[in-house]
Design a binder for this molecule. Structure first.
Ligand code: AMP
Length: 369
């Protein structure tokens, strides 16, 4: 299967070629024809599968080939600013030959003025985080009554982060007649319920179900006493094969502490979490992406949607008590066909969490000393 066979118009085919894509990913093969026909879709897929292009290409095609009536025609909701920014950038990449389709991104934690101006200038595609979009709707800056396509990305994260009520409020502002797409890495009960409520007769597509952890990731669990984790982390990072690593920690405070300790040991490290300002987070991400920083220490929420190729190792400083979080975390490595390693530091108190992870991933995880 190639992009020509998916029914995409030439400006989009040229854009994906320019982006260096030769064959569509499985989620793209399954989703693009359905979406081009206007159907609803429920996709089970994580970041890294090519899901952004799976919804962005059909949206761009619809907007370029059918006239609108003025106003926002496509709305994409994402749980984090990082992901929202990435999706907006994807629209720029795939829409490079369709300059008439205008897109913008809005998210919290930054002044509203510039975002308001962008919207007032007119946009066809709006990418947004829920809280900021609600604010802008409340101020009368954004109207959603002309939306033809609605995408809810990473729906399970929306739920985890407590955004689901904001999302429901926003959905009430959308026209009933619309195309709806929902992507989620996992499909817990609450999401299934949402699927029933907001999608109409959806086609279901699923790639690498979230419960089957990518085979390419080599997973190791190290049994470590709680107080020794810092020292063990330094020993692990002494391995020069670890060129680009994300260390996950439960708390913001922990992230700062670990990053500081690594820097003391001359390992370049930066922390990203919700207490850091948006410019600080952006800079930390840029330094990491460009290889100036070897280790990114992140909390789960801050790391959501990190889409960086070449992460060789994911290190869990603690064992997540929600098994889905483990799957999300280790999915940051082994991207774009590469191999990856996930190392989890597990104390005796955390051993019970491993059982839940084994149950979800259907893989036996054997701790080593
Ligand atoms: P996503 O799952 O949307 O976050 O995409 C993950 C990565 O895969 C991004 O860096 C995309 O640029 C890339 N990508 C998406 N579709 C393709 C494709 N068909 N071929 C190669 N790379 C792709």
């Amino acid at each position: 299967m190639n992009f020509d066979e998916l029914g995409l118009i030439e400006p989009l085919r040229l854009a994906v070629t320019a982006a260096g894509y030769t064959v569509p990913t499985p989620i793209q093969v399954a989703s693009i024809p359905v979406l081009l026909l206007g159907g609803d879709l429920c996709g089970t897929a994580q970041t890294g599968t090519g899901k952004t292009a799976a919804f962005a290409l059909p949206i761009l095609q619809r907007l370029a080939t059918t006239p609108g009536t003025g106003g926002i025609r496509a709305l994409i909701l994402a749980p984090t600013r990082e992901l929202a920014v990435q999706i907006n950038e994807a629209f720029a990449v795939y829409g490079r030959n369709l300059p008439d389709v205008r897109h913008a991104v809005v998210f919290g934690g930054m002044g509203m003025r510039a975002q308001r101006r962008a919207i007032e200038a007119g946009v066809d595609v709006l990418v947004a985080t829920p809280g900021r979009l609600l604010d802008l709707c409340g101020q009368g800056v954004v109207r959603l009554d002309k939306v033809e396509c609605f995408v809810l990305d990473e729906a399970d994260r929306m739920l985890d982060m407590g955004f689901i009520n904001d999302v429901r409020t926003l959905i009430k502002r959308l026209p009933a007649r619309r195309q709806t797409v929902l992507f989620s890495a996992t499909l817990p009960k609450d999401i299934e319920q949402l699927v029933k409520q907001i999608l109409r007769n959806p086609t279901r597509v699923s790639v690498a179900p979230a419960s089957s952890v990518a085979d390419r990731i080599q997973q190791t669990i190290r049994l470590v006493e709680k107080g020794a984790k810092g020292t063990v982390l330094l020993q692990i990072l002494a391995d020069p094969a670890i060129t680009r690593a994300v260390v996950f920690t439960r708390t913001r405070h922990g992230a700062d502490r670990i990053a500081a300790r690594l820097r003391t040991s001359r390992i370049s490290a930066e922390a990203i979490h919700a207490d850091r300002t948006q410019p600080e987070r952006a800079r930390a991400m840029a330094d990491f992406t460009q290889g100036f920083t070897r280790v990114l220490v992140a909390t789960d929420i801050a790391a959501r949607g990190i889409d960086i190729d070449g992460i060789t190792h994911v290190i869990n400083f603690d064992v997540p008590n929600v098994p889905e979080t483990y799957v999300h975390r280790i999915g940051r490595t082994a991207r774009a066909g590469a191999a990856g390693h996930a190392i989890t530091l597990c104390s005796t108190e955390e051993l019970p969490y491993l059982k839940d992870i084994e149950r979800l991933t259907k893989q036996k995880i054997v701790p080593t000393a």
